[in-house]
Design a protein around this ligand. Structure first.
Ligand code: PRX
Length: 633
């Protein structure tokens, strides 16, 4: 992008301009894209009712900006390099031209199946290039994609399909996870038993697993696509037409369908990718996320492709065939920019250095971190062992709702400090507030992180329930977007994210609502009530600790624990399985019936020195019993 920042001085200038003249600032950036019609107005906004519109009146198609725009000069540039799960397997590379034709063919395949502009299409797929092709095909014809991480259970998948009334699901026969292969289609079949909106299931053949294909509903990808033309005109989309829905957990039980729209998201994904990673033509960029999460949306697919970059997609896991796989892939593909999560860093750090030392890693120049706070030890290991003290680290803070990175260093430009996400990107106006919502000025302070001005990539609504969106994000503090995170601002004005201040826990970078996990546990027939909290976990960042009341204390605690884990896996997915389960006979509740989670948290952390005021408890003896029981966990 021409509007790329290349020095700290340029950063300060850009930041200043973005605050003083935001509309002019974003119009200049938006001018770099292909539009079918220009906007009449750059921004309309109101945080009270929560109504935000960017590039009002413009029409465009994001895939023309991801693909068509690059064909003339960069048609032969690799767009996607695919590294399969099996290190000896056959990977592939798709150039921009090949990807363009693949997307056009898939767009025609969707059209043939009756998918129209505005229809919702669920994508439940492994990390294969066809997953990216499916996303872009939806966007090309104006269908709204809703990607569900292929580790979620049938029930979670069904809930998401129903909430968005998806007309189609695109899936695969199976998914590889290291040495294991899972049957995805079976999960889809189970999910479809409790949905009514899906008319067509397109199945990509990945593992050649034996699967059930239902006549009239299920069709293999290779059959459906084979006669489709490799050109497909891009549907003109309004700037504010929905591009995708992505479900994420909040503090209440039901995941929310975060909605992103076309133009603002496009501009934000492109601008943040170019600036945070300082991508240069020819660089090989690798983000290890799954496309089922927002990081995969913005920084495997949209951000890189909008910049004509080469993005590596990896099907496997970091520990297969051994804990050197990431480093092996970096050397094999000469990766220059590597973006992963603290959990992965910590788990690889816990392994012997012998998994790192065989690899040169000399191609690397930038390392990224995302999804959870990175502790100092992990930051230093990443810097020394992987970056050889030669690579800038970008600790990028953002959320599903923000669409792209909000607070982060610019690679090899912003001076970094371990554990600090450093400074806001241009266009981002963070504020810290106290419990009453009063803005805390100055440095060396701590508070709840809010954003006081709209940015193009922000969510626009939660699918089907705008009021929920407004109350979740815009009603805690007047006229501010509330992130749910606690944050410090140090003497240099640098930001450090501390973690969630609501009932959301972050397990290995996966966001889970405590209520969601409690609801799942409560589905076990003997469970009467449960309370779930996060506690510090060496590898996962946070682990899940569940206090569970059963109708009678289980005779075989091991067996009941196992059953509860199975129930949680079935209801949500394996990522939500509690690390610790303590059976209790009561929970610490106030007289009004509210669970005092603060006490449960202290017990889980084994920090009994200061339990705080327990006088408001209905039955203080409950706490002693819990403390006693915790010793055995
Ligand atoms: O608590 C913050 C944490 O992850 C939350 C957002 O989760 P999700 O919507 O799943 O998106 C994850 C990928 C962008 C935030 O509210 N988080 C994300 N990045 C960081 C972080 N916490 C600390 N440092 C980060 N760099």
């Amino acid at each position: 992008m021409n509007t790329r920042i290349d020095s700290m001085e340029a950063y300060h200038q850009a930041y200043e301009k973005s605050v003083r003249h935001p509309e002019k600032f974003w119009a200049d950036i938006a001018n770099e894209f292909t539009w079918k019609t220009r906007w009449n107005n750059v921004l309309n906004w109101d945080f009270k009712s929560f109504d935000v519109k960017w590039f009002v009146g413009a029409t465009l198609n994001i895939t023309e900006n991801c693909l068509d725009r690059h064909l003339e000069k960069n048609g032969d540039t690799p767009a996607i390099i695919w590294e399969p799960n099996d290190p000896n397997g056959k990977g592939c590379t798709l150039t921009y031209r090949e990807l363009y034709h693949a997307v056009c063919k898939a767009s025609n395949m969707l059209k043939n199946a009756g998918v129209k502009k505005g229809d919702r299409v669920c994508i439940y797929m492994p990390m294969v290039p066809e997953a990216a092709v499916a996303m872009l095909a939806c966007a090309r014809i104006g269908a709204i994609h809703s990607i569900v991480f292929a580790g979620f259970s049938a029930q979670s998948l069904a809930d998401r399909i129903n909430d968005a009334t998806c007309k189609m699901i695109i899936t695969a026969d199976g998914v590889y996870r290291g040495a294991k292969a899972l049957n995805l289609k079976e999960i889809v079949d189970n999910a479809l038993e409790s949905t009514t909106s899906v008319e067509t299931v397109i199945v990509f053949q990945n593992t050649n697993a034996e699967i059930n294909m239902q006549d009239g509903r299920d069709v293999y990808w290779h059959n459906a696509i084979k006669d489709c033309a490799n050109e497909c005109a891009a549907e003109p989309m309004d700037a504010e037409d929905m591009l995708f829905i992505l479900y994420t957990s909040g503090s209440t039980g039901k995941p929310k369908g975060v909605v992103h729209t076309t133009a603002g998201y496009m501009v934000w994904a492109a601008y943040t990718f170019a600036n945070v990673f300082q991508y240069n033509a020819g660089d090989i960029y690798w983000c290890t996320a799954d496309i089922g999460w927002v990081t995969g949306h913005s920084y495997i697919v949209y951000g890189p492709l909008l910049n004509g970059a080469t993005t590596l997609m990896f099907e496997g896991i970091p520990t297969y065939p051994d804990a050197g796989r990431f480093w092996n892939v970096i050397d094999k593909h000469q990766v220059n920019i590597f973006y992963t999560a603290p959990t992965a860093i910590r788990s690889l750090m816990a392994q012997d250095d012998e998994f790192v030392t065989p690899y040169s890693l000399a191609s690397l120049k930038t390392l990224g971190s995302v999804g959870e706070p990175i502790n100092e030890e992990a930051w230093n290991w990443y810097h020394e062992k992987i970056g050889k003290r030669n690579c800038g680290i970008v600790d990028t803070w953002w959320q599903t709702e923000t669409g792209g990175v909000m607070i982060s260093p610019l690679a090899n430009i912003t001076p970094t400090k371990p554990t600090y996400a450093t400074l806001p990107l241009p266009g981002v106006q963070p504020v810290l507030v106290d419990a009453e919502g009063k803005i805390i000025e100055g440095n060396n302070v701590e508070g709840n992180l809010c954003i006081k001005y709209p940015w193009p990539g922000m969510l626009r609504t939660t699918y089907g329930d705008h009021e929920r969106c407004r109350t979740t994000y815009f009603s805690t503090y007047e006229n501010l977007y509330f992130t749910g995170d606690g944050c410090k601002r140090d003497h240099d004005g640098y930001y450090r994210i501390i973690g969630r201040v609501d009932d959301v826990i972050n397990v290995s970078g996966h966001r889970l609502g405590t209520a969601e996990v409690e609801n799942a546990i409560n589905e076990h027939i003997h469970v009467i009530e449960s309370a779930v909290i996060g506690y510090p976990h060496e590898i996962k960042g946070q682990g899940i600790y569940a206090y569970v009341i059963c109708d009678h204390l289980p005779e075989d605690e091991h067996a009941t624990r196992r059953e509860i884990l199975e129930v949680v896996s079935k209801v949500i997915g394996p990522i939500a399985k509690p690390d610790k389960i303590q059976f209790v006979t009561g929970l610490p509740k106030t007289r009004s019936g509210k669970i005092m989670r603060r006490i449960l948290r202290k017990v889980a952390e084994n920090d009994l020195s200061n339990l705080g005021d327990t006088s408001t408890l209905l039955d203080p003896a409950v706490v002693d019993a819990i403390i006693e029981g915790a010793k055995k966990i």
